[in-house]
Design a binder for this molecule. Sequence first.
Ligand SMILES: Nc1ncnc2c1ncn2[C@@H]1O[C@H](COP(=O)(O)OP(=O)(O)O)[C@@H](O)[C@H]1O
Ligand SMILES: [Mg+2]
Length: 261
Amino acid sequence: MKEGLVVAIANQKGGVGKSTTAINLGAGLALQGERVLIVDLDPQGNTTSGLGIDRGTIEYSTYDLLIDELDAAEVMEPTSVRDLFVVPATIELAGAEIELVSMFSRETRLRNALKPLEPEFDTVLIDCPPSLGLLTINGLTAADEVLIPIQCEYYALEGVSQLMRNIQLVQQNLNPQLEVEGVVLTMFDGRTTLASDVVTQVREHFGPRTYRTVIPRTVRLSEAPSYGEPIEAYDPMSRGAIAYRELAREFRRRHGRESNP
Ligand SMILES: Nc1ncnc2c1ncn2[C@@H]1O[C@H](COP(=O)(O)OP(=O)(O)O)[C@@H](O)[C@H]1O
Ligand SMILES: [Mg+2]
């Protein structure tokens, strides 16, 4: 198995399912036998709280990793899922976007911080903020691959070309190995033809890079974070749990990793 695969989950649009995918793909991979680290790179900290980490108890965060050059091993915390760890984010991280501007090696700080830890994990998922600023640049520079969640809604592809341009710039200047590995369709509502049209449109645009697994829009998926649980723990029989389990399987297949039964 290729170890320490780093995947940035990115889309500068907010509310497309980045954090939900980070939490539930991460948990899915961990439950299928991988050792997984999720790095919360969004000052909103939705992934952090969605994994049940209480903001009040966070000692160190992604901010300390980026700005204070703390060891990633000191910053990461276990979650309720075995073999799933998180580097939590606090609102402090919002300041990092500005502080980074004048810092030495400002685009490569996350990459440098994560390097020593990568061999300890099968997969590292970076949950990027909804912007194309220096935080996202750090995420893309630290990554081997990008996974783009796209919401099955009006204007689904809006902004995607801008994201692709930014990815290209990072490839040219900072991280030549970076690949767009996949696109995952989220919040699919089977009752509307619009949603099916978006699926068709995205498949035409991205071809085989589009994941076959489509994540349905379900209330259970939107409830789980307030209980601080991945969907696998909150409601393992739900459609959302089944979909993210399948997404994790597909992810592993696409990376030549054996799937446990
Ligand atoms: N498949 C889904 N079905 C229903 N609600 C979802 C689904 N995916 C995400 N959500 C909800 O939509 C909102 C935005 O999702 P989120 O993952 O936080 O997006 P992002 O990280 O891209 O901003 C959250 O409230 C989340 O709980
Ligand atoms: Mg988010």
